[in-house]
Design a protein around this ligand. Structure first.
Ligand SMILES: NC(=O)c1ccc[n+]([C@@H]2O[C@H](COP(=O)([O-])OP(=O)(O)OC[C@H]3O[C@@H](n4cnc5c(N)ncnc54)[C@H](O)[C@@H]3O)[C@@H](O)[C@H]2O)c1
Length: 283
């Protein structure tokens, strides 16, 4: 059901690779809510993924840009403004990648060139996007910028590796730039901390299936899907949240406030029984 929440608004969406992508759902829902959008991704993701289908459905142009390249971002913002005939209202940063995770390097054996790439792609690109947009005065007053993050920024989760450090930096950038852009132009900047979600990036996380199951059992409302996430992000692009800025907002079915749940305890207990049985048989 649509509410016309974004009627008359214009926005730029990074990170739609395929229909599992969180950015894909945000793009679809934003258009349903009355927004006009521009889509962007890296040239290789545009080639390998299915963004053209989304572009057709959303009547949106696709402009290639590597979010780590300031030159690409300058061209992207110029072209986006040209397309819209002026400033626009919102940006979604939905970008994450760790070469260390991809190459199976564990946190106690990081390759530092890869770490630099992880931080550049997954966090510093957020700074670059905002800095370029601000220098070009691309965002309307009371605009909204959102990036997606994960609770591994605050708590250690097995297997999340150097992406945890990238997310901590990403959330800090939202606060630091949120102050500057807020006081000047009332542009708000927030991060949304999403449940584990079965997307291409998500599936790269070590033990993702178990993590999804664990989070589902621990969260009183269950895991938030990519579509749920899109709904929440749209409220942050809308005028209903004009005074929300510099926040890390958990969108995780309650996971972040839980310690142990009955469902998880039951499963853990069953695991212990198996473990005790193994020990007894070995004696
Ligand atoms: N899937 C999860 O479990 C989960 C949970 C919390 C937060 N997130 C975050 O959500 C965001 C979106 O990820 P997703 O789960 O939809 O996966 P996804 O794989 O669909 O999206 C990741 C996107 O990042 C893009 N990207 C990578 N390098 C880039 C670069 N240099 N420049 C521009 N774009 C680049 C990819 O092309 C891809 O479109 C990421 O920030 C991710 O960390 C995901």
């Amino acid at each position: 059901m649509a509410y016309n929440l974004l009627k008359g608004k214009k926005g730029l969406v990074f990170g739609a690779l395929n229909e599992q992508s969180i950015a894909w759902k945000v793009a679809q829902r934003a258009v349903e809510e009355g927004a006009e959008i521009v889509l962007t991704n890296t040239p290789v993701s545009i080639r390998m993924g299915t963004i053209d289908e989304l572009a057709k459905a959303c009547n949106a142009p696709v402009i290639a840009a590597d979010a780590t390249s300031v030159k690409d971002l300058e061209n992207l913002i110029d072209q986006t403004m040209e397309h819209f005939g002026g400033k626009f209202d919102f940006i979604l940063h939905s970008i994450g990648m760790s070469p260390n995770v991809r190459k199976g390097r564990t946190y106690d054996d990081l390759d530092y060139d890869y770490l630099a790439k992880t931080l550049d792609i997954s966090a510093i690109s957020f700074h670059k996007v905002i800095q370029v947009a601000r220098k070009k005065d691309a965002i309307n007053d009371w605009g909204s910028i959102v990036a997606l993050t994960y609770i591994a920024a605050q708590r250690t989760l097995y297997g999340y590796n150097d992406m945890a450090d990238a997310k901590a930096l990403l959330e800090s950038i939202a606060r630091s730039f949120g102050y500057i852009y807020g006081r000047e132009k009332c542009v708000r900047i927030n991060t949304v901390s999403q449940s584990p979600t079965p997307t291409t990036a998500g599936k790269g996380v070590l033990g993702m299936e178990d993590l999804l199951d664990y989070a589902e059992r621990v969260s009183p409302l269950g895991n938030a899907s990519a579509d749920d996430c899109a709904g929440y992000v749209l409220t942050l692009f809308s005028d209903l949240t004009r005074k929300v800025t510099m926040q890390n907002l958990f969108h995780d079915g309650g996971f972040s406030s839980m310690g142990m749940s009955r469902k998880a305890m039951t499963t853990y207990g069953k695991g212990l029984e198996v473990e005790y049985e193994d020990i007894r048989l070995k004696k």
